[in-house]
Ligand binder design. Structure first.
Ligand code: GSH
Length: 308
């Protein structure tokens, strides 16, 4: 199998979620550092326009969105599982909370507190992504106590759960819920000046945070973005063709579609030809002069697919 390549940057909490997931599975991988804001000229040939972080590459197969990446890691490396016995399904439902409401609150807390210290270009880019076309983190600053109250109550739920004596959220072994929740605590701890005092209210959560941190990120070495493109160029996609007769949108192999996050975030459309479609995933073929044929995977949940 080709190497696992993660396109990311150190400050990304969503990338940290994937890095810890790689640690849980004890994997060896390559780190490609990408810019924090567009343009991302060496990522675009792989993703066809998807600009979010992280992206996973395995040869000429490209996985967009951490949901898609985690699902693929579980498929390729089933042990140790992200889903201990009895936990199937539920962690994905939990991810809608951690990746949705809770992450947006954390972004508003961190960026609303730091908007005047951040590079203007970064603040404007993230405001567009997370707050919509007229978004501005200055508008959030007056609301910070409310936002903090929301996060406090929601982290309190995790603390209560962990105070029941479990080492990790589901039991004695780390699993998907741990990486989902950890990225929030890691982000707040690392980027919000009030975090030390705020998190001290949650001793069980802090003890768990140390345990998750100790898992590490597996083993990784750096790879240049040019070398990653060359790896894609030399490889062929290995994704199997697949159709789903029950697909509610009637998506099938060979159709030209566009895909984008289902939010008012200004994310570009990615266009390609359906190779694989099922309930959870859609994978499209696209050609780019720098890499030839690549197969780009997206989750179904949270993404809108249009027939072009
Ligand atoms: N739903 C996506 C969200 C990814 C996301 O929003 N990541 C942030 C970084 S933590 C991002 O893309 N920021 C803009 C960028 O890196 O260009 C996922 O789970 O992968």
């Amino acid at each position: 199998m080709s190497e696992l390549i993660i396109h990311n940057y150190p400050q990304s909490p969503v990338a940290e979620k994937v890095r810890v997931a790689l640690g849980i599975k004890g994997l060896t991988w390559r780190w490609v550092e990408i810019p924090r804001v567009p343009p991302k000229p060496d990522l675009m040939p792989l993703t066809g326009g998807f600009r979010r972080t992280p992206v996973m590459q395995v040869g000429a197969d490209i996985y967009c969105d951490s949901q898609c990446i985690l699902r693929e890691l579980e498929r390729r490396f089933p042990e140790p599982s992200f889903f201990p016995p009895g936990a199937a399904g539920m962690p994905w439902a939990l991810s809608r909370w951690t990746d949705g409401e809770l992450f947006k609150l954390a972004v508003m807390l961190v960026m609303g507190s730091a908007v005047d210290q951040m590079p203007a270009e970064l603040a404007a880019d993230r405001a567009r992504l997370y707050l919509g076309p007229d978004g501005d983190f200055h508008a959030v600053t007056g609301d910070l106590p409310h936002i903090e109250a929301q996060i406090r109550a929601e982290l309190g739920w995790l603390d209560q759960r962990l105070a029941t004596g479990r080492r990790f959220i589901l039991g004695d072994q780390p699993a998907l819920p741990d990486v989902l929740a950890y990225k929030i605590v890691w982000f707040i701890r690392g980027r919000w000046p009030g975090a030390g005092d705020f998190l001290a209210e949650f001793p069980a959560l802090e003890a768990w945070e140390d345990r998750v941190k100790a898992i590490g990120h597996g083993e990784h070495t750096e790879l240049s973005s040019e070398d990653a493109l060359e790896i894609a160029r030399m490889a062929e996609p290995t994704t199997s063709a697949h159709e789903d007769p029950r697909d509610p949108q009637g998506l099938s192999r060979g159709m030209v579609v566009t895909i984008t996050p289902d939010s008012d975030s200004g994310d570009p459309l990615v266009e390609g030809v359906v190779r694989h479609v099922d309930r959870d995933t859609i994978a499209i073929d696209r050609e780019d002069p720098r890499v030839g044929l690549v197969c780009v995977h997206f989750p179904r949940v949270g993404y809108r697919v249009h027939r072009a």
